[in-house]
Design a protein around this ligand. Structure first.
Ligand SMILES: Nc1ncnc2c1ncn2[C@@H]1O[C@H](COP(=O)(O)OP(=O)(O)OP(=O)(O)O)[C@@H](O)[C@H]1O
Ligand SMILES: [Mg+2]
Length: 286
């Protein structure tokens, strides 16, 4: 049964942190990480907004809204881009499961499958990489933290998220595989390209956090994974959060239950590892 929707927080002048989850390659634990960290921060009492900027809409699915395009009462991120709603008007409460109880302090802007049309839609727009920047102001000051979940590429949607605010924190999410380290090199190249173009506007992006998910503990589970994680830690040093999040069947179970992992299985090893990461990122009190 759907519980009554609460009011979204008013603008009380909070200094809103903006965290953008990125990786050039798909399936690199971005959405799992965004939903887990957001749920942990919200359970700790922060007002958290997550924005689903991926046409796959997995984040909306995990937070209780499986098909935002099908619900004509909902505004999606694409409707906001289309000028049909302001970003704050597209904010809905996150839920445990489809139509389930509201998760206190956790809010969602649902994605849309139409986000695939973004490149075409903005093809001739001036400063098109800045498309997110003009939208975001409607939610600043209302939330302690906004986390944007990007698609698995570094195209216009991701660039827009990276340029959505002058002080975004770049959170690279990776699996412990060699190709993931290569993907981080690609990400660094894209950040350098953005800095070269937008530096005169005060943009100076770099990787702020690296979160390793679906990692394995022992050589017996896959030596190549253990080595890849060691290489990531060597290359990115203190930017790599500890611990890494171990491979866990609970992640898939939580996805099926349309519930963020730390709410679905709060005492699971993976949820506890995400809690330590959230502490390290200042998303919960130590
Ligand atoms: N700790 C984990 N243990 C087991 N499976 C995991 C873990 N973390 C993520 N996964 C699985 O890995 C897959 C990719 O994760 P996720 O959807 O979070 O990645 P993504 O980067 O958002 O992918 P996409 O680029 O497709 O949006 C999913 O099937 C997810 O369930
Ligand atoms: Mg995803």
């Amino acid at each position: 049964m759907t519980t009554e929707a609460p009011q979204i927080p008013a603008n009380i002048g909070l200094e809103t942190r903006i965290i953008v989850a990125v990786n050039e390659s798909g399936g690199s634990v971005k959405t799992t990480t965004v939903s887990a960290l957001a749920a942990i921060a919200a359970m700790g009492g922060l007002d958290v907004l997550v924005i689903d900027a991926d046409s796959q809409r997995d984040l909306a699915h995990i937070l209780g809204c499986d098909d935002p395009d099908a619900d004509e009462n909902l505004a999606t991120l694409f409707d906001v881009i289309d000028g049909l709603a302001a970003l704050d008007e597209a904010v809905i409460p996150a839920r445990r499961g489809e139509g389930g109880p509201v998760i206190p302090h956790l809010w969602l802007v649902p994605g849309s499958r139409r986000l695939k049309e973004l490149d075409e839609k903005l093809a001739s727009a001036t400063l098109r990489e800045m498309w997110f920047n003009r939208l975001l102001s409607a939610v600043l000051g209302r939330f302690h933290v906004v986390i944007i979940d990007c698609p698995g590429d570094l195209k216009l949607t991701t660039k827009g998220a990276l340029l959505s605010h002058k002080d975004v924190e770049v959170m690279a999410c990776v699996k412990s595989q060699e190709k993931e380290a290569r993907a981080l090199t690609e990400l660094e190249a894209t950040l350098a390209e953005i800095n070269a173009t937008f530096g005169p506007f005060g943009v100076d992006l770099g990787i702020d956090w690296v979160v390793i998910g679906e990692s394995v503990s022992h050589d017996s589970q896959g030596k190549v994974y253990v080595q890849a994680e060691a290489q990531l830690r060597e290359a990115y040093g203190p930017l790599v959060m500890s611990p890494s999040v171990k491979r866990s069947t609970k992640v898939a179970e939580a996805y099926s239950a349309q519930t963020a992992l730390p709410i679905f299985a709060p005492r699971s090893e993976a949820a506890l590892q995400y809690t330590e990461i959230a502490k390290g990122m200042g998303l919960v009190k130590p």
